[in-house]
Design a protein around this ligand. Sequence first.
Ligand code: G1P
Length: 298
Amino acid sequence: MKITKAIIPAAGLGTRLLPATKAIPKEMLPIINVPAIQLIVEEAVKSGIKDILIVVSQAKNPIIDHFDYNYELQHRLIKKNKKELAIMVKKIGDIANIQFVRQKEPLGLGHAIKCGKIFCGNDPFAVILGDDVVKNPPNEKPALKQCIDAFIQTNSCVVGIQEIEKKMVSKYGIVLPKNKQNETEKIFALKGLIEKPPIAKATSNYAILGRYVLTSDIFKALEETKTDQSGEIQLTNALKILIKKGKKINACRFTGKRYDLGSKIGLVAATIDYALDDQEIKNDIIKLIKEKVNKFNK
Ligand code: G1P
């Protein structure tokens, strides 16, 4: 079995990064010179995904433009003898078969996934969230591929998780492992899930971090999912319905450094780490950081 379809929800408002996100989608904010959503799409493609549906909202047209050709820019770059840049710009338009759909109302992640019902049909599919960029070293499988392999190995739905600090649980979907003793394994079965619980109600320290591999019965579960207190339909609650119906759902503890790009600290951390991997600027960045640290230590 192969997973070749992915949904990338990108309709959120990006309130934590205002005013930057007033006119620019948060997914278009760059990690150095690459928009975050391009990193997400590249991870999907490296994981074997061929067809991508990006769920956008009204203010997200720059995302659509980014994955289109820009003939005028390509033409001007060639005229200026910058053929390599022209090729790079065109390649973004060829990266995958990307389609777009608009989520007309901000009714939550579950509602955004529902917009992909026709795109997915009966096929299993992956979901990657634009906020959660994961950096894997070149010799390691991308986080999504690790989750896809877990899906194929177990023949059941998978949520990608990592351990987080207890005080952070109220920001994430938190899983409840079926057997405590198996928690050290990379893949383990789940008994339940809870969306953004208060610390006292958190069933573990394992948070769902923006990677899912799902079967098409999630769409029926989403139809049955009630809106939460904020008026949103949560994907976590639809997964809970599937578990209640006896469906097996596993957690895959993926490896890689994850950045929350919806937050200031996540954006800065990702920028520093990607800069330290960029041979063109690496040495200058190290020098700059050293200078700053020395200044603070004085
Ligand atoms: C969403 C999900 C949550 C998940 C998180 C990961 O929340 O609802 O379960 O843990 O993404 O980033 P959001 O951050 O969109 O509110």
